[in-house]
Design a protein around this ligand. Structure first.
Ligand code: FE2
Length: 317
């Protein structure tokens, strides 16, 4: 089974005290790395020949479990950021009070557990145990070791790569920043789903009302030699901070569509991306479709492309 990249669920520029640079690096390099590792491991497992030594199979299965955990927990982590951490909805407060005595006691245990991992590595999870019908705080080492038959509803990444760029060794400041940015709406949705025995909600922020392409689909179409016109439509203020773009793409100012629309081939498909796939690429795609082009936006933007390991080029090349 191929693992696709999920677009980053949080708007990276909106976080309070956590930089866009750090969260995007985390998404592209660490989450993307986990997805790429998982796919490489699964290809290797799919090619197992009979007679493969047991120690080799065990090693691959152990690494597959770690990569599966890393993919899932990172998606939960990005999906539970971007809110106002102090605004815990009443139904969640009621559950925390019931299972921990008070919200303050839950918070103290969660934060102190995170602090206990400073300088080390692991995840701190608030999980709903279906087995025990209650919430628990737990540590998950090696991106795995999650409680049996429990669903994580709040995930805090305590690996150093999650905070070192902004906070150095100051894990306490990072934990404070994380708690300020928890999106309790997402946590509430997860709690409701798991208590109703439903799958956890998908937090993919893609606009489903507009035709789109995943980065994997785009990559496959380009590999087949399809003549896709790939446009980088990141705003001028964003592109001016970067030195590279998707290999084969051309940057076009999203605020000046009329100046360049005449240069496009009307009979070739167009793929448009922005930084993360939230709205700029979508708006340009909408305009191009209104003008008769077979245009689609790229879900997850350039960040998803880099996360999947897509080729990049220096601007001006
Ligand atoms: Fe991470």
């Amino acid at each position: 089974m191929h693992q696709d990249i999920t677009p980053i669920a949080v708007r990276p520029w909106t976080l309070n005290g956590i930089s866009e640079r750090m969260i995007v690096s985390h998404y592209e390099n660490n989450y993307g790395g986990a997805v790429r590792t998982l796919n490489a491991l699964r290809s290797e497992l799919a090619g197992l020949e009979t007679g493969m030594p047991g120690y080799r199979i065990r090693a691959l299965k152990r690494e597959e479990l770690i990569a599966m955990g890393s993919v899932a927990l990172h998606e939960l982590y990005f999906g539970n950021l971007g809110g106002e951490g102090n605004k815990i909805p009443d139904p969640v407060c009621a559950m925390l009070e019931e299972h921990f005595g008070s919200v303050a006691r839950w918070r103290r245990e969660f934060v102190e557990t995170a602090q206990s991992l400073a300088g080390g590595s692991g995840w701190v999870l608030l999980s709903y145990s279906r087995r025990d019908r209650r919430l628990v705080n737990q540590v998950a080492f090696d991106h795995s070791q999650a409680a049996v038959d429990a669903a994580p509803v709040l995930a805090l990444d305590m690996y150093e790569h999650a905070y070192h760029m902004d906070f150095g060794a100051n894990a306490t400041a990072y934990i404070d920043a994380f708690m300020r940015n928890v999106d309790w709406t997402a946590v509430t949705g997860r709690m409701a789903a798991v208590r109703a025995d439903h799958p956890l909600p998908q937090e993919d922020p893609s606009d489903t009302s507009l035709p789109s392409l995943s980065v994997e689909e785009l990559s496959a179409r380009l590999a087949k030699g399809e003549p896709v016109q790939v446009l980088d439509a990141r705003p001028r203020h964003h592109i001016s901070r970067t030195v590279d773009l998707m290999a084969g793409a051309t940057w076009r100012d999203p605020d000046r569509v009329e100046e360049w629309i005449g240069e496009l081939s009307p009979d070739k498909p167009v793929a448009v991306y922005c930084a993360y796939g939230f709205h700029v690429g979508c708006n340009v795609t909408k305009t191009l479709r209104e003008r008769g082009f077979d245009a689609r936006y790229i879900r997850g933007g350039i960040s998803a492309w880099y996360a999947v390991g897509g080729a990049r080029a220096m601007r001006g090349e």
